[in-house]
Design a binder for this molecule. Sequence first.
Ligand code: ADP
Ligand code: ASP
Ligand code: MG
Length: 412
Amino acid sequence: MALIVQKYGGTSVGSVERMKNVARRVLATQKQGHDVAVVVSAMSGETNRLLDLVKQITDRPDDREVDVVVATGEQVSIGLVAIAIQTEGGKAKSFLGDQCRIVTDSTFSKARIKSIDADNIHKALKKGHIAVIAGFQGVDEEGNVTTLGRGGSDTTAVAIAAALKADACEIYTDVDGVYTTDPGICPAAKKLDKISYEEMLELASLGAKVLQIRSVELAMNYKVPLWVKSSFTDDPGTLCCEEDESMEDVVVSGVALDRNEAKISMLGIPDGPGIASKLFGALDEKAVVVDVIVMNPPREGKIDLTFTVGKADLIKATDVVKSLAKGLRATSVATSGEIAKVSIVGVGMRNHSGVAARMFKVLAKEGINLEAISTSEIRVSALIDAKYGELAVRTLHTEFGLDSKTPAKKKK
Ligand code: ADP
Ligand code: ASP
Ligand code: MG
């Protein structure tokens, strides 16, 4: 008998019919003799709908109140899924974030989990219940409702699996595993049987939203065997696990596209020490996460600083930059949401040279201009015009020999 944590995403609980499907699947797992804890997301589109309600009131809402609003989506799902399980003849009990003590820090909208007290869940499982846990939400030390960032239910699932010392964590979604690239963009994408935590970490941080980055970090740190599977098929899916030798033979194992970043430039700043420190210090104080940074060498004593942030933080970050621009004597501030970051990832890059050059060459052949480049040991990323994002992905996918002969399927 094993203890299994299953997580069902928005599409998988997108209608009452689909919730009944989830109920049948978790009951089938329990019937095999396992204890089952299920983490569920809000119904597909619900989190966006709630965020849109906020936006209809203001562009600059209080983060604490936004979390109070958006956390409700998951509450509806756990209640309905628990009822669906009970209606199928099973026993189920739902848990909100504070009912299983998912304690986080107070960084509203992207809180980090500090601890989980799994006692209540263990008690429910002991009584033969299926524990149905709200993804995406927690509470801080003061009892404020917090949320874990978009896609955060994946992180809830892995954290619960680690806290319960579960034997496996299975993420059920609308595709049947992790692909070489987003199958929604590139029909030639190939499903991977296995992927290393490290590669998955890079892909997730580069826009492959199939797993939230923090879920992969946690799985890696706590050695949780992490599966990505379809909630609509019986495909074995993809196992995210420790790297093995065979993985190094493949130079590029995935291509990712991130359209969720925006670019901010502070132009014509008189050069001198402390500019970057002031700017990025102020952004950090507002909990804005900065990604790619480009600093142009001084021309006539003036520098330009360009960096990217998540689109959700663009207004907040622009406010910070504008408030500093005068003190730093910058001539102007410019912003653009029309950028995309395309990346190739593979542990094999560590011992193969010329990979970046090959990437730049095929992109140039397609007439795609690179605005910035960033690399790690197992990744090369380029910032490009958003309108070329999908073309860039398909071009790189073909160039690095990843195309499959059978098209990928995705459930709508
Ligand atoms: P859920 O609602 O179940 O959490 P998400 O929409 O967050 O599902 O994540 C699943 C989606 O991630 C897929 O439908 C696919 O379009 C996208 N995706 C992006 N990159 C990849 C990849 N490399 N492999 C699989 N899916 C990917
Ligand atoms: N409902 C949240 C979102 O849409 C969390 C999740 O689905 O993982 O981002
Ligand atoms: Mg998701």
